[in-house]
Design a protein around this ligand. Structure first.
Ligand SMILES: [Zn+2]
Length: 242
């Protein structure tokens, strides 16, 4: 993890070098710790004075009882979320972006996009709302420079689908990108990153014409299509209540 919050959850964003310079080598004795900007856990600075390694902050080892889809995106501990860490943080921009996302037009387009890829019957409004709450918990809105159009792609990676009584095949979505780069890779132009729908049991690709799906703003608009039926109907009214 590249950055942490200094001294308290939500504190100023610092690099490992900045943290050590401010807190000093006896930071633990002083009770001054770095905290993860996403999950708020205390983390450890690593490699600040070692020229042969890139300095970073490390999470504690994963709790064996924790499911991989509950893991922090910053922790890089589970294959599910490798390469989804932030390349920087901007909380005040994140607040504004979140408000923009919940505007009626934007959230209805996001729901239409996610429903098209999950297929009818696999994404109720309440399940979609749950995805936005996970996004809140992981603070993805505050990723530096994250564009509005990328949010629906991210939401799909945060859930498990198809486990209802009418579905026989649980599935989820993963990103196809360089795992060593941060999440911002997927919204840079000409990166050729994809969203893959896979069977949860095997990890195999679900074979449909739109899978894997290229990650781009035009693709979001094409997949969401005309979402007037969402915004003008009862689903729109329910989404407006988020
Ligand atoms: Zn974390």
């Amino acid at each position: 993890m590249l950055y942490a919050c200094y001294g308290r959850p939500g504190g100023p964003i610092v690099t490992p070098e900045k943290f050590m310079a401010l807190a000093g080598p006896d930071f633990r004795a002083k009770g001054v710790l770095p905290y993860c900007p996403s999950c708020d856990e205390a983390v450890d600075p690593y490699g600040v004075h070692s020229p042969q390694v890139t300095s970073r902050f490390d999470h504690q080892n994963i709790n064996e009882l924790q499911a991989p889809w509950d893991d922090c995106l910053e922790a890089n501990r589970s294959d599910r979320y490798k390469g989804m860490h932030a390349d920087g943080w901007d909380y005040s921009r994140g607040d504004a972006l979140r408000r923009q996302f919940f505007e009626r037009d934007n959230i209805c387009q996001a729901y239409a996009f996610c429903l098209t890829l999950c297929r009818k019957g696999n994404l109720s409004v309440s399940e979609f709302k749950a995805l936005t709450r996970i996004a809140d918990h992981k603070k993805i809105w505050a990723y530096q420079d994250i564009p509005l159009w990328i949010i629906p792609y991210i939401l799909l990676t945060l859930g498990n689908f198809g486990s209802g009584p009418q579905s026989r095949f649980p599935f989820h979505f993963v990103l196809s990108k360089s795992q060593s780069k941060g999440l911002s890779q997927i919204w840079q132009p000409n990166q050729k990153c994809y969203l893959k729908k896979v069977f949860s049991a095997s990890g195999d690709l679900v074979k449909t014409s739109d899978n894997p799906l290229v990650i781009s703003h035009p693709q979001l608009e094409e997949t969401a299509g005309d979402y007037e039926w969402v915004s003008s109907g009862p689903v729109g009214a329910m989404l407006g209540g988020i």
